[in-house]
Design a protein around this ligand. Structure first.
Ligand SMILES: Cc1cc2nc3c(=O)[nH]c(=O)nc-3n(C[C@H](O)[C@H](O)[C@H](O)COP(=O)(O)O)c2cc1C
Length: 229
């Protein structure tokens, strides 16, 4: 099986964009000739500076196994991600990872969910066509009642509030710059120092930034979890 994954940032200029489009066309031809899920499995990602504005009344739901392999996605997830359902199922969730996301957020996310705790995360995701969308995510940990082991995770997402994006986007950029210069350790230290200076935990910070503590947001996520469990 040949797997080709291409991520190109459009800041590199028009010439690169053109080459990228040619590349995408070639991949499409390969894909049509060989059939999806056949001998060739091809994913082409480009990155565009274009936002997909989410419907604030809709939610994006996905379920993964304990390793983060997608097992289910609701209709809105399929629609917004731009992938077909069968392109998502069986893929690692980083299929929609955006290169603007700092690693430190995912490190924290995994640490918390593996510890069987929820975390609220504001995430910039990458759609198949290269556009992005911001979500606010919460998790539910699925545990086998007999073995008491984690069997998988649910992620419930809503459009991130605009005010939250305005505060989070520059912070993520800073964290990413630090990661490029001094690795994950650097961004972890920066985030810890920032929270300490503000006398806040990560949860307090995120609740404040997203307005999740305002009640409505909390109720919404609780209702979603109840509905799907
Ligand atoms: C239930 C669940 C949902 C996830 N949702 C997303 C998501 O929407 N976007 C994303 O980039 N990563 C998501 N992740 C995290 C990915 O598994 C992965 O850690 C992340 O994309 C970073 O990729 P990397 O580890 O290859 O750097 C999710 C993980 C789980 C368990």
């Amino acid at each position: 099986m040949i797997a080709v994954k291409k991520r190109v940032v459009n800041e590199l200029g028009e010439e690169i964009d053109q080459a990228q489009d040619d590349f995408a066309d070639r991949l499409f031809t390969l894909e049509s000739e060989n059939g999806v899920g056949g001998e060739f499995e091809v994913v082409a990602n480009k990155v565009l500076d274009e936002e997909i504005i989410l419907d604030s009344k809709k939610y994006i739901l996905s379920k993964t196994d304990k390793k983060g392999i997608i097992e289910y996605g609701n209709e809105y997830f399929v629609e917004i991600s731009g992938y077909r359902e069968d392109e998502l199922i069986g893929q690692p969730h980083n299929i929609i990872r955006h290169p603007d996301m700092p690693k430190v957020v995912f490190k924290l996310l995994w640490k918390r969910i593996q510890n069987r705790e929820n975390i609220v995360a504001v995430v910039k995701n990458l759609a198949k066509d290269g556009r992005y969308y911001w979500v606010m995510t919460e998790f539910e940990i699925k545990i086998d009642k007999i073995t008491n082991e984690i069997t998988g995770y649910f992620a419930y997402r809503k459009a991130a509030p605009r005010k939250a994006i305005e505060q989070i986007a520059p912070l993520y950029k800073k964290l990413l710059d630090i990661e490029k210069a001094s690795g994950l350790e650097g961004s972890q230290k920066y985030l810890a120092a920032l929270l300490e200076a503000e006398h806040k935990t990560y949860d307090q910070f995120i609740d404040e930034v997203t307005g999740r503590n305002s009640g409505m947001m909390k109720l919404w996520f609780m209702a979603m979890k109840k509905f799907f469990s």
